[in-house]
Design a protein around this ligand. Structure first.
Ligand SMILES: Nc1ncnc2c1ncn2[C@@H]1O[C@H](COP(=O)(O)OP(=O)(O)OP(=O)(O)O)[C@@H](O)[C@H]1O
Ligand SMILES: [Mg+2]
Length: 503
């Protein structure tokens, strides 16, 4: 009776709005269901038995418990898997900040011979990223396309590689956080293998390091400050042979001997409680080969060069001190323009503002303060020795000072031999060249012995030879160009020769 009524009621509504009524219809049927059962179980309308006897409710409960069981099982499986992973697997995480990061990526990208059908399919890397380097060399002649090389690395994501018998799972990830100094996002590479194969990691790191060392063989890495960190400045460059820098007799030898002696005496310093540091100051006019010599010396010792320009904007006392405490290993520290710190001091005296650069006391503290780094070979260079303060040039900060001066006759002769030695076998050209330079008074005096007050630089001689690569006579004829020129404020260039022609 009720059923009929209700259904009738609903059929009416159904006509009015079909979608809404389907829901209502089912609800009323459910209600009816209760009503029909109630006479057999007198008492409470919501008795538990009645609830469980209801197939819909029981079904719901059944489903819910199944779901809960599944969730529980899943959680249990995750925990168990985690425990198994911890017990059976071993993980190594290498972050991008670590020097080994590029080595491992390079190691991962090398070609591998994999035996077996399944292994070779399993260990394929499907996701790659590319680093492209272009060179100025062209492929075919002058108008050919630019030479480019592509370096493929495993991309972000998971890969599997095989090392010996061990399968290594690799996961390269980019994080959403970034390095505060460089703004680069954090990155990690995670290597995972079975606990039983954990020793594979030693092998992998050793191989990756050998690979990196081989790539840098015969090269000098130059580091510069990037933010508060040291970073390689461009690609590592070919080592400059020490023989290619021509200094006056004995100068090169004295520095090389001193550095080698220092390097062999680490224990001696430790035994005496002296900080294992040595400082050199090279001073002299521009273009005399100071920077070139330090670069060549680094190559000779198989060291890198960590370079800081003291006059660089943004280089502050704090930053300098911090950078000096965390110098890259096996590096010569090169502080160019050491006088810049003193100029700043003077500016501060004059107008109370020192710019954002290193101050004199900042430099002294970085070199020799309480927080100064241990183990260091520092080279300072300057064109203005007169601007330096005696405090800088005391042992502990600077232990050895050398003037790398204007070109001498000895240097000019050696440079000639390096450039034209093969053509000028009898040395006749060299004699004529040297005679011409003496005639021009470029070694400080004229041929008759009177003072000329005139010098030239080795850089200028190199420039002359580069201009006349295979033309010996051309170099001799153009030697006049070695006379230093003075630049007038109004833009005119006067050759010193005119001023001197009255001589
Ligand atoms: N004594 C030298 N032997 C060989 N090459 C030299 C010499 N001096 C200068 N040169 C050449 O001249 C160029 C400039 O030299 P470098 O930069 O070393 O001079 P510098 O003394 O550091 O000058 P600055 O004081 O201006 O920094 C280089 O290309 C270098 O090859
Ligand atoms: Mg220099």
């Amino acid at each position: 009776m009720t059923l009929e009524l209700d259904l009738i009621g609903h059929t009416e509504e159904l006509r009015a709005s079909p979608s809404q009524n389907v829901r209502q219809c089912s609800f009323s049927l459910m209600f009816l269901d209760f009503g029909m059962e109630s006479p057999q179980t007198p008492g409470s309308l919501f008795s538990l038995d009645a609830l469980f006897d209801n197939p819909l409710f029981a079904g719901g409960i059944g489903l819910a418990s199944l779901g809960a069981a599944a969730a529980f099982a899943r959680k249990g499986a995750t925990v168990a898997l985690g425990a198994v992973r911890r017990r059976l697997l071993v993980n190594v995480e290498i972050s991008k900040q670590d020097p080994a990061y590029p080595w491992i990526l390079a190691w991962l990208s090398q070609r591998r011979e994999t035996s077996g059908f399944i292994t070779s399919r399993f260990t394929r890397i499907h996701n790659l990223s590319v680093t492209t380097t272009t060179t100025n060399n062209r492929v075919h002649g002058v108008n050919g396309p630019m030479n480019a090389s592509f370096f493929l690395q495993p991309g972000y994501g998971r890969h599997v590689v095989k090392f010996g018998n061990a399968f290594i799972a690799v996961n390269r990830e980019k994080h959403s956080t970034a390095n505060m100094n460089t703004g680069e996002p954090h990155e990690i590479v995670q290597l995972t293998t079975l606990w039983a194969h954990r020793h594979a990691f030693e092998g992998i790191f050793a191989e990756a390091h050998t690979l990196a060392a081989k790539a840098n063989e015969g090269k000098t890495i130059v580091y510069s400050a990037r933010g508060m960190d040291w970073a390689p400045l461009g690609d590592s460059r070919k080592k400059r042979p020490l023989g290619s820098v021509i200094l006056d007799q004995g100068v090169k030898e004295s520095i090389v001997t001193d550095v080698n002696d220092f390097l062999s005496r680490q224990q001696w310093y430790i035994d005496r409680g002296i900080p294992y540091r040595r400082g050199y100051l090279l001073f002299g006019p521009p273009g005399s080969g100071k920077s070139s010599f330090i670069q060549a010396l680094a190559g000779e010792l198989d060291f890198g060069v960590a370079m800081i320009n003291l006059s660089e904007m943004g280089m502050t006392d704090d930053k300098l001190a911090y950078l000096l405490t965390k110098l890259p290993k096996r590096c010569l520290l090169l502080l160019e323009d050491a006088d810049a710190a003193f100029v700043n001091r003077r500016q501060r005296d004059a107008d109370g503002y020192s710019g954002a650069n290193v101050t004199f006391s900042g430099l002294l503290n970085a070199l020799d303060g309480v927080a100064a780094g241990e183990e260091r070979i520092a080279f300072l260079t300057t064109n203005h020795i007169d601007r330096l303060d005696p405090a800088l040039i005391r042992p502990g900060r600077v232990d050895m000072m050398l003037r790398i001066g204007e070109a001498t006759k000895h240097q000019a002769a050696e440079m000639w031999d390096r450039f034209y030695g093969e053509e000028d076998t009898d040395g006749n050209g060299r004699e004529r060249f040297l005679h011409r330079l003496e005639e021009l008074g470029l070694f400080g005096k004229y041929a008759d012995g009177s003072s000329s007050h005139r010098h030239t630089s080795t850089a200028a001689i190199q420039g002359l030879f580069l201009f006349n690569k295979t033309d010996l006579q051309g170099a001799i004829d153009m030697a006049e160009g070695l006379i230093p020129r003075t630049f007038e404020a109004d833009g005119g260039i006067s050759n010193e020769k005119h001023a001197d022609s009255t001589h």
